[in-house]
Ligand binder design. Structure first.
Ligand SMILES: [Zn+2]
Length: 232
C-alpha cells in the first residue's frame, strides 16, 4: 500500500470511488455513508454447543455480500491489496459498535484490555507463498495496532486442505482434522487470545483453531471475523 509522493497524482488520475456504488468519495478507501451503513452489521456469531466448548464468544462486523465480499475476494484471489484501504475504513467504522457489544457481554470494552494477543487463522505455507500474504493478517493488522492488540503467529496450518466451501459440515470437519498446530515457540499458555478470520461461515475452521489453542493452554479464545454469511 501507499504511493507516497505520487499520492496527489494518483488521486488525480484515479479519483477515489465508493467500493459499493462507485460514486466519487473524498479520500481513497472512502465509502459513501449509505453503502457503508448497508455493509456494516456488527453482531454476535451464533455458535453451536460444540463451538461454545472451545470459543468463549464470537463477533462479526459485516455482511458477506456485495461490496465487502468483492473486496475480500479481490484481495484473496487477485492480490488486490489496494482493497485494504476500503476494508480499513470499514473496520474503523465498525469499531465503536464492537466496543458496545463487548461492553454488553461484560468486561473491558477495548480489545487491547480484553485479550492478550490476536492470531489469524493461518494459511498453509505453500498457499501463503502463492498468495504472497495471509489476507486475514493484512485485513486486521493496522486496525488492531490502533486497538492496542498485537497480532502474533500462534498457529500453523500443517495440512494442505481443500477449500471449505461446498462441503457439508461433516466434510468440513474431516477436511480440517489435524490441519492446525501451535506455531513453534508460540506463547499460548495462560493467555486470552482473539482468533481472527476473514469470513465466518459454519465456524468449523474457528472451532479447530480454538481447540488447538485451548489444547496448548490458552486461558480463553474468542473469534472475530470481518464478515459472516450468518444472518439474523
Ligand atoms: Zn456507495
Amino acid at each position: 500500500m501507499g504511493t507516497g509522493v505520487l499520492e496527489p497524482l494518483w488521486t488525480l488520475l484515479f479519483p477515489p470511488r465508493c467500493p459499493a456504488c462507485g460514486c466519487y468519495v473524498e479520500a481513497r478507501g472512502g465509502w459513501c455513508p449509505a453503502c457503508l451503513r448497508a455493509a456494516l452489521r456488527v453482531r454476535r456469531l451464533v455458535l453451536t454447543p460444540a463451538q461454545r466448548g472451545a470459543l468463549a464468544a464470537g463477533w462479526t462486523l459485516g455482511v458477506y455480500e456485495g461490496a465487502l465480499r468483492d473486496l475480500v475476494r479481490g484481495l484473496k484471489y487477485q492480490g488486490r491489496t489496494e482493497h485494504l484501504y476500503a476494508i480499513d475504513t470499514f473496520l474503523r467504522a465498525a469499531a465503536p459498535m464492537l466496543c458496545r457489544l463487548l461492553q454488553e457481554d461484560g468486561g473491558a470494552r477495548q480489545l487491547g484490555a480484553r485479550f492478550d494477543a490476536a492470531a489469524a487463522v493461518p494459511l498453509h505455507a505453500s498457499r501463503e507463498q502463492q498468495r504472497g500474504f495471509n489476507q486475514t493478517e493484512r485485513i486486521f493488522a493496522a486496525w488492531l495496532a490502533g486497538e492496542g492488540l498485537s497480532l502474533e503467529r500462534l498457529l500453523v496450518r500443517v495440512k494442505e486442505t481443500r477449500p471449505q466451501y461446498g462441503l457439508s459440515r461433516e466434510e468440513r470437519a474431516r477436511n480440517l482434522e489435524g490441519a492446525f498446530a501451535p506455531a513453534a515457540g508460540a506463547a499460548i499458555r495462560g493467555r486470552r487470545i482473539l482468533l481472527l478470520d476473514d469470513i465466518f461461515t459454519t465456524g468449523t475452521t474457528a472451532l479447530h483453531c480454538a481447540e488447538v489453542l485451548r489444547g496448548a493452554g490458552a486461558a480463553q479464545v474468542a473469534v472475530l471475523t470481518l464478515a459472516s454469511g450468518q444472518n439474523r
